[in-house]
Design a protein around this ligand. Sequence first.
Ligand code: AMP
Ligand code: ZN
Length: 462
Amino acid sequence: MEIQLFNTMGRQKEIFRPIHEDHVGMYACGPTVYDYQHIGNMRTYIFEDILRRILEYNGYSVKHVMNVTDVGHLTSDADVGEDKLMKKIRESGLSPSVETMMKLAQKYEDRFFEDCAKLNILKPTIVCKASEHVPEMIQFIKRIESNEYTYPTSVGLIFNSRKYTHYSALAKLNLDKQKAGARVKVDPERRNPSDFALWVSNQPSHLMQWESPWGRGFPGWHIECSAMSIKYLGDHFDIHAGGIDHIPVHHTNEVAQSESATGKKWVNYWLHGEFLVLDKEKMSKSAGGFITLENVVKQKIHPLAYRYMCLTAHYRSTLSFSWDNLKMAQKAYNSLKNRIELAKHEEGSANPTLKEEIATEFLNHINNDMNLPQALGVVWTMLKSDLSGVEKISLVSKFDGVLGLNLIEENTISIEAEQLIKDRENARKNKDWERSDFIRDQLLKLGIVIEDTPNGTRWKTK
Ligand code: AMP
Ligand code: ZN
């Protein structure tokens, strides 16, 4: 069965035809590590993880490359403002040095990958940091410059967006209607409103600086994704994914500079995930007031319940966040896991034809532009079907390769509940019955029923 994906470039569903027969090159823009990632960001990484898993389910081996932006991302996407990491250092009252900057970036990167692990997001095949690829970026800019797509100004080397004739293709921008000042603060030296910096120089207050043919400075934000994706995936590769906010500026600029350097098509399929929204506003770091995975766990909700919630909406639809919705997702996730536990003990005779039909139905949904809500529906109905317990479990295990919900593992409970169960075991060892009973009641409030049997303590969800 062929995979159909909605390609932002053509604004339509297309049959996925990889460049190579059996492997796929996929690049996804990673985090800017000046703060924690919020659960909106994590929705995008879950979507990209599922995309990769679907490709693998279909038999491709996937080389998944993700960047980590630790330098050069300014507070505005349009090359103005302060470096996001430097702003964070200033606001945190830390002493400004390259070392502090790197430490801070590492802290947020580590936290990001911890959150990914809790959400069962597979680690990309290659994770590449911007600060470790500046020589590659300089080489890449030289290619663009030698093809005469650039001009220098007093702030660095600028990309001439009007010279690249397909500039508006991805975002369907109307360049003639763009006014100076609409995207970039009026810079009299720039020839067009959509021109952007490839290299930024003459910024003595910027902490991280490198020598370059255009003066001492640092790379513009967009260039890292072009230079690093091409380093690891080649001049032309299959898929580029990211959040929908990146279409008009970041991805548009990535395409322009990549194709101007190589002189040929860069990426075949562009996939964009819609936003997680909070009270009808997008959840954003810069606007403040964002929810992290840690906040979710503190509310006694398991990270995989959040993953489950993400799977209930199509990746191209906005998903409204509310604590009530998330609690409902936790309930649904618990009942799904309970239902699977029951299936483990079910008997019944084998029904290979039905099993095959259900597997095909699941495949049809995931290959239909990643229709995960429908695929999840197949899991629920399959559990009610006439298949034997063994067949049900074998399908759940296969499907979970895509869903990544740990469906076969023993019931998943929140990290807090896990800790309480351990505390209770300790209390019992110490014969502290009062504390043990107190913790039992606490667990009951979390929906966990404890049973002390001659073979030890067991628990189940209510
Ligand atoms: P950033 O660290 O800001 O570069 O964002 C990392 C990723 O999260 C990018 O792919 C963004 O498009 C995506 N993103 C940002 N905000 C949201 C949101 N509210 N919902 C879904 N994805 C988001
Ligand atoms: Zn990018």
